[in-house]
Design a protein around this ligand. Structure first.
Ligand code: NAD
Length: 462
């Protein structure tokens, strides 16, 4: 499960060899620890003329204790001790025509080497479908290319994201307070070490109700969270991260994994439910358990998943059926019963684990890729339907994550999978868990209908 090569390149001998032979150089990523500052250095904030988000963003950064760099000093910092930044943020909402894209070059070009290791680049735009003219929609769509390329160029653990912020909602631009509330959780997540392995993503922030936590180090305080497949791997990391953030975790797995499940639940002061999700009575048993113990479930994380790999011509029907049933149909059945019985209250969250295989397809995984693409369909179809009820629906799509599942892949394929991304390394279960955590926060109510890849900007399906 360990990436020996990544450890080796951190040693003195390793560094020398990597340099001499031009080998991949996976940087050590900055990850979150409670109490950490959001950034390792000041943030430089720029804005296109006429942008609507610079002011709310400056307020979010200041409230989060981030030091704002002086743009005038930045323009003249080419001397012996140039200023270095923890993050570069640019409000591009003022760009209404392709000829104005030059403002991006003018802001980022002088700072291309000024970002600290594990730095952050965030560009804010307007969703193209909301733009009043084709010219503006075109220019806003162009932002994706810049961000994805910066993610590939800047290196040393720097990540880059585009956040499209709706301008039509209750959080009308005139009401900067509403914009701050809907945007704050996403900006905090993206700047922090929680998003270490998230890069090259386009995130849409809409208009759902969001609430600011009393303590940003416990953003899930008092929330009842169900995690399926919690006995090991990503699910076990999820249970830990969500409990650390203040949630009451209900950890579920199959009876055969009962001991490991009990250990996870005990470790975090959560409760364990032994249940095979594919059993015909699983949805009703689960609903009854949640209703009698907690009266509700604020966050449902559909993480349990299986693979049964074979090329399609060699695949028996059982392999197909099992994978579709565990990874997709059981999620639908459980959602239906929990929603029907109104156990997920307003402000609730449904978060599913997809995979980049569901985006790119994968040889030997027709069943798995079908199920994981179906999960994306579930998000697309349920998110608008549940908006009225104040429930958000999102998915994360992990790339190569260091777990038992990926440890079983033959060495050469495994090495290729690990390195074929902008960060030149596999992610950790905790990286997927942190992304799910952010989507689960009550503060993230304005984030719905997203599929966020946790893949280090993998080349697959990009
Ligand atoms: P894992 O095999 O380590 O853990 C999956 C857990 O789900 C196990 O504890 C298992 O017992 C449980 N589970 C399986 N069937 C179940 C059922 N019918 N009822 C209840 N529980 C059941 O896998 P992981 O690597 O931690 O993956 C977690 C999720 O992430 C899965 O949905 C997987 O497809 C997805 N994913 C993983 C990777 C990766 O690189 N590891 C990449 C992309 C997506």
């Amino acid at each position: 499960m360990t990436d020996r090569y990544a450890s080796f390149v951190q040693s003195a001998a390793g560094r020398a060899l990597v340099k001499r032979l031009g080998l991949p150089d996976p940087p050590r990523l900055r990850r979150h620890h409670p109490g950490d500052p959001l950034l390792a250095g000041p943030a430089l904030l720029g804005a296109a003329t006429g942008g609507r988000l610079a002011e709310p963003i400056a307020k979010i950064l200041t409230a989060a204790g981030v030091e704002l760099a002086d743009p005038a000093a930045a323009a003249h910092s080419h001397g012996d001790t140039p200023q270095r930044y923890g993050a570069l943020l640019f409000d591009a909402t003022g760009i209404t025509d392709s000829t104005e894209l030059r403002q991006l070059y003018d802001f980022f070009h002088p700072q291309a080497r000024a970002v600290l290791p594990s730095g952050r680049v965030i560009v804010l735009g307007t969703p193209p479908q909301e733009c009043p003219t084709p010219r503006e929609a075109t220019a806003q769509r162009a932002l994706e290319g810049l961000v994805r390329s910066i993610g590939k160029e800047f290196g040393r653990g720097t990540t880059a994201q585009l956040v499209y912020v709706s301008g039509t909602a209750a959080d009308d631009p005139a009401h900067s307070a509403g914009t701050i509330t809907s945007l704050e959780s996403t900006v905090r997540f993206l700047l922090s070490g929680r998003s270490a392995y998230v890069s090259g993503q386009v995130i849409r922030v809409g208009s759902g109700a969001a609430s600011v936590p009393a303590d940003w180090d416990r953003p899930l305080d008092g929330q009842v969270v169900l995690v399926t497949g919690a006995a090991r791997g990503i699910g076990a990391a999820l249970a830990k991260v969500l409990a650390r953030d203040g949630a009451k975790v209900v950890a579920l797995d199959i009876p055969a994994a009962g001991d490991a499940l009990a250990a996870v639940a005990n470790d975090i002061g959560g409760t364990a439910v032994q249940l095979d999700l594919t059993a015909p009575d699983a949805p009703t048993r689960l609903a009854e358990h949640l209703a009698s113990r907690h009266g509700r479930v604020d966050v449902v994380v559909h993480n349990a998943g299986i693979t049964r790999d074979k090329t399609l011509g060699r695949m028996d029907a059982d392999r197909w059926d099992q994978v579709i049933d565990v990874n997709l149909s059981s999620q639908e059945r459980i959602n239906d019963v929990l929603l029907e019985r109104e156990l997920i209250p307003a402000g609730g969250r449904i978060i599913s684990v997809s995979s980049i295989a569901g985006i790119a397809g994968n040889r030997g995984q027709t069943n798995y890729a079908t199920s994981k693409a179906g999960v994306i369909g579930l998000v697309d179809s349920l998110a608008p339907a549940l908006r009225e009820r104040g429930i958000s629906v999102n998915a994360v799509a992990p790339g190569f994550i260091e777990t038992r599942l990926t440890a079983r892949i033959p060495l050469v394929v495994r090495e290729a999978g690990r390195r074929m991304n902008s960060l030149a390394q596999g992610g950790l279960p905790v990286d997927v868990a942190e992304a799910i955590g952010w989507l689960a926060w009550p503060a993230s109510g304005a984030v719905s209908g997203n599929v966020v890849r946790v893949c280090g900007q993998s080349l697959l399906g990009a």
